[in-house]
Write a protein that binds this ligand. Structure first.
Ligand SMILES: Nc1ncnc2c1ncn2[C@@H]1O[C@H](COP(=O)(O)OP(=O)(O)OP(=O)(O)O)[C@@H](O)[C@H]1O
Length: 451
């Protein structure tokens, strides 16, 4: 029987060294996005270090009674109306605001877009958000840890100015340098500064001290989709469709700006207080107008052309969308089989997917068209681009422009008390008191001049 041990663990970027993909058991990242630079740095393997607090539900075989959240609305097949039936409940998303109270003229954070138009145009202005050195640590009171990552942790903080809650991602410079992620970290800031979209996290500012880099983002209260999925085992078809549709709009937007995201997985999808998605962790996002070669991502989600060290393009995100939809519908990823990352890569390269009988035909059709090694057939990579994905019959009842306006109710509303820094939807982490705010010698100052 399939062992479900992996279900408990979050899949993180590796923090424990590197090897060459061709030569060893661990996938690796070359330092630059060029074909000639395949000396390796950071690997992207399934980490054993993340907390594993979420046991899969005892009712593993059922997608009908997935939730354990008491009186919370639960996205089961019975009580979740189809997206078509959700059209008459406009939500009233809270306008976000900067920690110092500043807003752009339209009351939203400032973002800037360039490149081709997305198939569905998000609202917003074109100015570039000022992020560099805008804040300091003394602007915030640090509360608890929301998550840990390869280079540091994400804290819930409260602004001393407007008293609102934010999330600050802290990255240890020494760790970033050690794992040869300087370029990716600078890219993360740069990409986040450029984007403005309902389903992407907002970066308000960055700053640094001699030891750490800090990124000030909106605090997204509802927790990770990962937690919801593991508690549920798997999502009913309309629920998976809702989240997949929001991700599709975000990818459509990113790709219109020539940004590849490259780390799609439930761990990086947060739920806002209304249950809409926010994609976080732009640690692998990069502007790539045509082709790139860097080996990065999370094993289960890697496209075969990435595993095979070939040049690749935006369509790796469409492959990953296929893996995400599969995982939401099944509770496990298609190429995982309990083995090492290397075993996963073998399976990815073989490309054989077993579709459980409970996957509806439309969904299976879409999955076969996304999870295909043949780039001339992969949906999203064809002439119609992302529109082909949106026009697929599985998404037939999605009204894309209303979804973009969050004018469609989410299938699950997280039980959070808004505005009070309620972090109850996040796992608990041991609180380490790191030496934040230090001045003094900074051997890495030249590497992070944009922060
Ligand atoms: N804006 C936010 N609001 C609430 N929680 C957040 C926010 N950003 C990140 N988190 C939490 O912190 C966790 C780690 O964040 P993130 O993935 O950006 O860090 P990372 O160091 O890149 O992690 P990894 O190395 O695992 O990819 C997230 O999975 C999420 O639980």
């Amino acid at each position: 029987m399939r062992s479900l041990g992996f279900l408990k663990k979050k899949r993180t970027k590796d923090s424990s060294g590197s090897r060459d993909l061709d030569a060893a058991t661990t996938p690796t990242s070359p330092t630059r996005d060029s074909p000639g630079s395949l000396t390796t740095t950071t690997s992207a393997k399934q980490s054993e270090s993340a907390p594993a607090q979420l046991e899969p539900s005892a009712d593993m075989a059922s997608a009908q009674t997935p939730y354990t959240g008491g009186s919370v609305q639960q996205p089961t097949q019975q009580n979740v109306p189809s997206i078509q039936n959700l059209l008459n409940h406009p939500t009233n998303p809270y306008a976000s605001s900067a920690p110092d109270g500043a807003q752009s003229s339209n009351g939203t954070p400032l973002g800037g877009a360039k490149g081709s138009s997305p198939a569905v145009q998000p609202p917003g202005d074109q100015a570039v958000r000022q992020t560099k050195g805008k804040y300091t640590l003394t602007d915030f009171a640090i509360q608890r840890t929301l998550g840990t990552g390869s280079f540091g942790r994400v804290h819930l903080v409260q602004s001393k100015h407007n008293h609102r809650f934010y999330a600050i991602k802290v990255l240890k410079k020494a760790q970033v340098v050690k794992m040869k992620q300087v370029e990716h970290t600078n890219d993360e800031r740069k990409m986040l500064q450029r984007v403005k979209h309902p389903f992407l996290i907002t970066l308000w500012g960055t700053f640094q001290d001699s030891k750490n880099l800090y990124m000030v983002m909106d605090f997204i209260e509802g927790g990770e989709l990962f937690s919801l999925l593991r508690k549920s085992q798997r999502f009913p078809n309309p629920v998976a469709k809702f989240y997949a549709a929001e991700v599709t709009l975000a990818l459509d937007y990113l790709h219109s700006m020539n940004i590849i995201y490259r780390d799609l997985k439930p761990e990086n999808l947060l739920l806002d207080r209304h249950g809409h998605l926010k994609i976080t962790d732009f640690g692998f996002a990069k502007e790539v107008p045509d082709i790139t070669w860097t080996l990065c991502g999370t094993p289960d989600y890697l496209a075969p052309e990435v595993v095979a060290s070939k040049g690749y393009n935006k369509s790796v995100d469409w492959w990953s969308l296929g893996i995400l939809i599969f995982e939401m519908l099944c509770g496990f990823t298609p190429f995982w089989d309990g083995g090492s990352p290397m075993k996963i890569y073998e399976n990815i390269l073989k490309g054989r997917v077993k579709y459980p009988p409970y996957i509806v035909p439309d969904a299976q059709d879409l999955l076969t068209k996304l999870i295909t090694s043949d780039l001339s057939k992969r949906l999203g990579n064809l002439h119609g681009g992302s529109k082909d994905v949106m026009d697929h019959p599985w998404f037939a009842e999605v009204t894309w422009d209303r979804l973009l306006r969050k004018d469609i109710d989410a299938p699950y509303v997280p039980p959070v008390r808004a505005g009070v820094g309620d972090a109850s939807q996040f796992d608990k982490y041991p609180e380490e008191v790191d030496a934040y705010g230090q001045t003094g010698d900074d051997p890495y100052a030249k590497l992070f001049t944009e922060f």
